[in-house]
Write a protein that binds this ligand. Sequence first.
Ligand SMILES: NC(=O)c1ccc[n+]([C@@H]2O[C@H](COP(=O)([O-])OP(=O)(O)OC[C@H]3O[C@@H](n4cnc5c(N)ncnc54)[C@H](OP(=O)(O)O)[C@@H]3O)[C@@H](O)[C@H]2O)c1
Length: 341
Amino acid sequence: MTRAIANRQVRLKSRPVGNPTADNFDIRAGDLPPLQDGEVLRRTIYLSLDPYMRGRMSDAPSYAAPVTLGGVMCGHTVSRVVESRNPDFQVDDFVAGYDGWQEYATSNGKDLRKLDPNAAPLSTAIGVLGMPGLTAFVGLIDIGRPKAGETVVVSAASGAVGSVVGQLAKARGCRAIGVAGSDDKCRYVVDELGFDTCVNYKHSDFYRELKAACPNRIDIYFENVGGAVQAAAFRLLNRGARIPLCGLISEYNSTEDAPGPNLRTSLLVNRAMIQGFIVSDHTDRTPAFVQEVAPLVRAGRIKYREDIAEGLDAAPKALMGLLEGRNFGKALVRVSPDPTR
Ligand SMILES: NC(=O)c1ccc[n+]([C@@H]2O[C@H](COP(=O)([O-])OP(=O)(O)OC[C@H]3O[C@@H](n4cnc5c(N)ncnc54)[C@H](OP(=O)(O)O)[C@@H]3O)[C@@H](O)[C@H]2O)c1
C-alpha cells in the first residue's frame, strides 16, 4: 500500500489531578505513513485497559516513564494484520502487541506475538492469559508460595488479577477469600469463580465479616487495593504470612499521601521486600554468626561500646533511661565484679 493509512488515536492532552476526566484526552484523526519494507500494519481489535495507566498519565516518579503530553496512550492490544511487508507475518494473522490507544499501528514486527485463535479466544491474550494472568501467577505462586490448606485473601477479587489469584489458590488446595466492592461482584466471585467466600468491603462491619470469613486467619494477603481493605487484612495475618504487594488502586487517584509510609513508591515501585522476623526463630544461625563475627570483633573491625550501670539496684533507672535514649551503647548492668576486666 503506497497511500497513507487513516488512523484515529487517543492522546494524552493533560495530566489529571485526582480522577482523570475526558478533558485529559484528545481523540484525533491522523494518517500513518505508507508501509515500508519489513513493516507490518495491523488493525487493533482489543485494547486492554489497566489500572497502571493512571500512573502513566502522571509524571510522578514511577517504575516506568510516563506517557508524554500529546503522546498516544499506551496499552496492550490484540490486532489483525491487514498488510505486511515482513515475511514473518501474513495478512489476517492475529497478534498481541503494545500498540496503545489507536485503531492502526505499524512496526517491524519484533514487538508482536502471533496468536492462535483456536487455542483460546483472542481477547484472553491481554487478560486471563496475558499480563493480568501472569501477574496473578507470579504474585501468588512465586511470591505468596501457597500451601494446601492455607487461607488466601485477595482484594479486587472480581477483577482481572484477583479473579485468577483466587482460582489458582483453589487449584492449589487453599481456602480462597475474595474482597470486592459490591454484593453482585461477591456473588460472582463465589458462584462463578468458586471462591469459598467473598466479603464486600463497603459494608459498615467489613472487618467483622472478613474476620468471620477467615476462622484460621490469613496466610497470604494478595494486595491489590491498599487503604481500609489492607488495614483490615493486616489485622488478621498469621505468623509467617506472605503479602504479595501487587497494587494499591485505592491510592491511584488520590491527591494526598495516605497516612503512614508510602508503600507504592517505597516498596512496590522498588520491588522491595518487607519481612518480619523474630530472632528466637533463628538460633540455629548462632554458630555461623559467631564464626563470622567473633574474629571481626577481636580484630577491631567491628567496634562496640557499652553503657554499664553499676549494681542491680541501678537496673530500673537504666532501663527507663534506655527507653528515653539516655544509654549510649549497649546497656548493661554490672551486678557483680567482672574478674576478667
Ligand atoms: N504489580 C504489577 O505488576 C501489576 C500488574 C497488573 C495489575 N496490578 C495491580 O493489580 C490491581 C488489580 O488490577 P486489575 O487489572 O486486576 O484491575 P481490576 O481488578 O480488573 O479493576 C480494578 C478494580 O479495583 C477495585 N477498586 C477500585 N478503586 C478501589 C478502591 N478505592 N478501593 C478498593 N478497591 C478499588 C474495583 O473493584 P471493587 O469494586 O471490588 O472495588 C475495580 O473494579 C491494581 O492495583 C493494579 O495496579 C499490578
